[in-house]
Write a protein that binds this ligand. Structure first.
Ligand code: F0G
Length: 456
């Protein structure tokens, strides 16, 4: 069949409130031109994030009722721990309320001034937790990853030459960890190959450096390996993910992505001393070791979701429906990051609005346009999110100015996607009239969440 159907039926629905363009202009103004500050009922299609926005299955909802809320030794914890051990092959599992809690614990412990962390690309909360500890976070994805239109099967890969140089330059003992983000969210949702993981693992072992997996989209990454990398055709998606974990010393997961839950996360470790130090921090800040920041019912749903996500018909639908949106936009002439990633379509706003300079944030302009035009909420992944200032207060821009259309799992149907595609006809027609934005208020860390903007 040509059409990949959604491999599920809808059992429970949530209304979408349809608004007018006039209303949306007022809502956006009240939200200081920052889509993070909009209310969800002001949004028609919510592509802000694929995190915590999944629709749970009937099985997961059944698990919610079964959830064991005992403070210590809950059965639901046992099921979650077994599911995570089965997938990661790691001995020590620490439950956390979401990904950044796992990051705060592990990078708070490993970080501190003088330490360097190296990644293909640190996600914003990962970078913030590392920098907050006083350490530095360096991104060294392969150079192909910075060219949005270039086709490469594994644009999420780490640059091996640069990794070796950095280890020599900084000294292995000063490297806090190497972190592979799969898929590479901030670099366009692009996958990392098994070959690259193996090479990174060999270098880390040789230098006695910890290798961690930021594994929130590890099932989507496994899909790309099976279909793009030689030797994986006959393996299951779960086996591919297990092989990847086997190459690492630990993993942090925001389970709000590929564990198909609305809240949850974990830290998985092989080393006993490291696990003990992290468990102490877990108990101080998250909760007791058998629930972390989670309810029993959350842990139950997580254990089930972590299995469901590897279902071949789900993963095929997931990756192909994201590609359906991206490839349509590409054919229409919208500059999109190629090839299309796993969880999102990334628009190259620098190219689309080539008349808007980077210090006037072309990505923010596109995010505002999409909302005003059609109620589509997206997020800028460019100089608003990753820009820095030099000593003179001049913007050091991010390497790319992207806008992410992140697709919640099992939530939207094909007609929602057609509506989004139609909106881009209008985006293309009006592109030359769009103006840039300036920031009028911003916090020190993670400014994109709360900054205020004004049209120039
Ligand atoms: N690592 C990656 C690669 C992520 O994409 C995220 C979250 C986190 C860590 C942090 O996890 O939100 O559970 O604390 N990404 C979301 C997103 C927020 O929209 O991409 P968290």
């Amino acid at each position: 069949h040509k059409t990949i159907i959604e491999p599920f039926k809808i059992k429970s629905v949530e209304p979408i409130y349809v608004t007018t363009e006039q209303q949306r202009k007022e809502y956006l103004k009240a939200a200081k031109n920052n889509p993070f500050l909009l209310k969800s009922d002001q949004v028609i299609i919510d592509f802000l994030t694929d995190s915590g926005t999944s629709a749970m299955s009937a099985e997961q909802w059944a698990g919610i009722m079964r959830g064991d809320e005992s403070y210590a030794g809950s059965k639901s914890w046992e099921r979650m721990e077994n599911a995570v051990k089965h997938l990661t092959g790691m001995e020590f599992i620490l439950p956390t309320h979401q990904g950044r809690a796992a990051e705060r614990i592990i990078y708070g412990h490993l970080g501190g001034s003088g330490k360097t962390f190296i990644s293909n690309t640190h996600f914003d909360t990962t970078r913030a937790n590392i920098e907050f500890s006083g350490a530095e976070a360096l991104d060294i994805a392969i150079s192909e990853s910075n060219d949005p239109s270039l086709i490469h099967p594994f644009k999420g890969n780490i640059d091996i030459g640069r990794l070796e140089n950095l280890i020599n330059e900084k000294g292995a003992e000063n490297i806090g960890a190497v972190i592979l983000t799969v898929t590479n969210n901030s670099g366009g949702g692009q996958p990392v190959s098994m070959k690259n993981t193996r090479e990174v693992s060999t270098i880390c072992k040789k230098n006695n450096i910890l290798l961690l997996l930021d594994c929130c989209r590890v099932a989507e990454n496994a899909y790309f390996i099976k279909h793009r990398e030689e030797g994986f055709e006959d393996k299951t998606y779960e086996e591919i993910a297990q092989e990847m974990f086997a190459l690492t010393d630990g993993a942090a997961m925001s389970s709000k992505k590929d564990a198909l839950v609305n809240m949850g996360g974990f830290l998985a470790l092989r080393n006993k001393e490291l696990a003990e130090a992290c468990t102490m921090l877990l108990i101080i800040t998250e909760g007791f070791a058998t629930y972390g920041g989670l309810s029993g019912r959350d842990m139950e749903a997580l254990a089930i979701g972590l299995k469901e996500v590897f279902d071949p018909s789900y993963l095929e639908y997931r990756i192909k429906s994201t590609a359906y949106l991206g490839e349509h936009l590409h054919k229409m002439g919208v500059p999109v990051m190629m090839p299309i990633g796993g969880h999102a379509v990334y628009i190259d706003a620098k190219k689309l609005y080539s008349h808007i300079p980077v210090n006037q944030y072309p990505g923010q302009a596109l995010a505002c346009e999409l909302y005003k035009m059609a109620g589509i909420r997206t997020v800028e992944i460019g100089s608003v999110m990753f820009g820095k200032y030099d000593e003179n207060g001049k913007l050091i821009p991010a390497p790319m100015e992207l806008v992410r259309l992140a697709i919640p799992r099992r939530v939207y149907t094909q007609s929602h996607i057609e509506y989004v595609i139609e909106t881009f006809d209008e985006i293309l027609k009006t592109k030359d009239q769009i103006k840039g934005y300036k920031i009028t208020k911003e916090p020190k860390f993670l400014r994109h969440f709360t900054a205020h903007f004004e049209e120039i």
